[in-house]
Design a protein around this ligand. Structure first.
Ligand SMILES: [Cu+2]
Length: 171
């Protein structure tokens, strides 16, 4: 009984830590994916880490084209895209570190500045296998303030769960 509870609580705490570390970035903030949005200033206020997600919200006059590299990005060449999305509510998972390039495929929008370049940092590198011990997820590096705040909340929950279990063993 006690052991089952411990395993359960450790699993819950591990999930919470991982969830707290993954951020969903609403691209462009409240203005969304639009040619009036200043994407340079938006991206400069964000920290992108592996496991995070980008959420593109936009009207039907736009779409999302992921470009393969810097030269296509600079010249607004959308003829060899890596990926194209057009649902109006697209989610892009940042599954590996590196630079990614996005623009809009509507004629003229890229040259009007509707494009962004993001750098994904290798954040939480703990293995994704569910059998990994809880200690691996507690060895994350210190990062931005928002991430570390949510991280410490998750820690408190985790420690609380452990203490709660120790009490159950003593009963
Ligand atoms: Cu557009």
């Amino acid at each position: 009984m006690g052991l089952k509870n411990t395993i359960f609580l450790v699993l819950v705490a591990t999930l919470m830590v991982k969830e707290a570390l993954a951020t969903q970035h609403l691209v462009g903030g409240s203005q969304g994916w639009d040619q009036s949005t200043d994407f340079n200033s938006w991206t400069s206020g964000q920290t992108f880490q592996v496991g995070d997600k980008l959420v593109f919200k936009y009207s039907s006059m736009h779409n999302v084209v992921e470009l393969g590299g810097e030269s296509d990005y600079k010249t607004c060449n959308i003829n060899s895209p890596v990926n194209t999305m057009s649902s109006g509510n697209d989610i892009v998972k940042l599954d590996k570190p590196g630079t990614r390039y996005f623009t809009c495929g509507t004629l003229g929008h890229c040259s009007q500045g509707m494009k962004m370049k993001i750098t994904v940092a290798n954040g939480n590198t703990s293995s994704s296998s569910p059998s990994s011990s809880s200690s691996s997820s507690s060895s994350s590096p210190t990062s931005t303030s928002i991430a570390s705040v949510s991280q410490s909340v998750a820690y408190i929950v985790f420690i609380f769960a452990l203490v709660l279990n120790m009490f159950q063993f003593m009963m």
